[in-house]
Write a protein that binds this ligand. Sequence first.
Ligand code: 6R9
Length: 682
Amino acid sequence: APNAPNAHGDGTPPSATVPPLPDLPAPHLRDLPFTGGTIDALLREERVFRPLPQVVAGAVVNPQDVTRARARAAADPDGYWEEAAEELEWFRRWDAVHDGSNAPFHRWFTGARCNIVHNALDRHIETGTKNRLALIWEGESGDTRSFTYYQLYREVNRLANALRGLGVGKGDRVIIYMPPLPETVFAMLAAAKIGAVHSTVFGGFSARSLRDRMEDARPAVIVTVDGFYRNGRVIPLKPIADEAVATLPPDLAAGVRHMVVVHRAHMETPMTEGRDIWYHDAVRGQHHEALTEIMDSTDPLFLLYTSGTTGKPKGHVHAHGGYMVGVHRTMRWVFDVKPTDIFWCTAEPGWITGHSYVVYGPLMAGTTTVLYEGHPLYPEPGRVWSMVERLGVTILYTAPTLVRMLMRHGAQHVARHDLTTLRLLATVGEPISPEAWLWFHRHVGRGRCPVLDTWWQTETGMIMLSPLPVSLLKPGSVTRPLPGIEADVVDEHGKPVGPGHGGLLVLQRPWPAMSCGVYNDDESYRRLYWERFPGWYCTGDVARRDEDGYFWIQGRADDVLLIAGHRIGTAEMEAALASHPSVAECAVIGVPDALRGEVAKAFVVLVDDHPPLGTMVNADDLATELVEHVRRELGPVAVIREVTFREGLPRNRSGKIMRRVLRSEELGRDTGDLSTLEDGYV
Ligand code: 6R9
């Protein structure tokens, strides 16, 4: 069989084109006890990777720093964050680090004056960072544009002046409805610079999704583009923005005073007289210096609507001061940023990951951030590796979805490229199965690069649970909360479930980059996150800890399966399925069962070199084999009733599998708003 597990046990086909790899640290074998906790813990992942000596030796943040920081943060959390804040520049110092008097609406660095753009741009102009590369952008068709800090500063200032000229001021909302372009970054920074509140709406959203967000945010200005390139096609965007505005109630539509349109795809674009203006006309003649608005630390910086896997989108508000401190600290610590780095976070700027780790984090850290316009597999599956090689990327931060997608096409695409510049790999967004982790570590990191699984949310603003490059790693574990973060796994009564059991993941202490609340909806914020366990933030995820205190995310609490009285997280079932060599991607949902209450149904996408679905003669045999495989991996509780093979899975635009859609389809229910689905899903 082409995919028989090889000597490395990671299920990837041995290939003549893959050069020999350095020895990997020996796995440390140990039995995890089988336990039946609140949520069953079924997955037994025993491999451990110790940090390599050269990684530890080169680390800016070394193991002693981490130990000291943990102790310091536990003894004096405010003091810990105060030190983090002192690494940034402020116009006025804070009176208090943290004010919880109006909890759960926590306020950070009250009394302080600042602007995140001062730290991301202005201050660098006074130092050697001025002439360093800030942004490298690559279009899907291969065109590139690069900006030094000084050039970026000038672009942002010209747009800031243009926006001021269009009447945008402090507190006004600016909707940014854009693909990943340099102008997307300029727009975010220019809005923030003048004290406006930006709200990015992903360029793949429908007129309906955009309209809903506009109805809530009530923007004064929209920044958009004529069209953009994706997967070899030109996708018009301005007409969708027009349609969204046209369907707003008249008073809100009139509130949209201007639409600033970037000229990207050379498309014939209808412009509404008096309202619409080309970006290049708006910035023409604008001065390259602009005053940075002095903001209160607690003034809103942006509104970001959650990816909306369920229900009505909620606009989370993040404020200048706390967000800036949390993102700066995590950027520098998790990614151990050095002056020589080229940092590529593959998320779109429009998602929280893009806000924190494409735009604000890298720029505050003074590093070079990479932005790519198009589809990661265009024009061929080696695109990502070719970019890493050509740009000399040192840190690659991506999503498990993308890792699996690339894995599906095979390691030969990776092997064709020289990836020796890479020194750190990281993922976010979904649980990464041990299989995918090991593939990433072996084929992309060549066993040299730590793979950091980082857990966080739009609501948390910054990375919360994650290893550092010097940490001991276990494939599939997010390891531990970062210094200053307190997390636990509890049962429905808030009682810690202890090692080996699964339960609800809670955060027990506020942190600087936390959401300030849901825009226009205090009640939802309180109810959704803080009501269940007063004083604690309830993440909505389920997890377990092992006896080393390492956390393993088991999936969303809403997706937990209840089979014959056992509660099982989707992540473990999916990880077990994904460890079968024929499986590229998969999703598991619960379906009703008369005998057991619920059983699992699995949706499976096969690896590329598998026979096409229609011609497969032994589909039933393979399904049976997969069911058996999961049972062997996880034990008799993990009953899969049915396996369905398909060409793709429903994902939202940030790459998360939408199990809600699969469940609704299965039960013949209305699937709800599908406009947030990634293309190609039928
Ligand atoms: C940053 C981001 C948040 C949800 C979160 C969880 C899932 C994120 C994860 C992870 C397992 C990780 N998630 N990181 N699950 N392991 N390392 O993705 O924000 O779009 O708001 O999603 O994503 O379920 O609750 P957001």
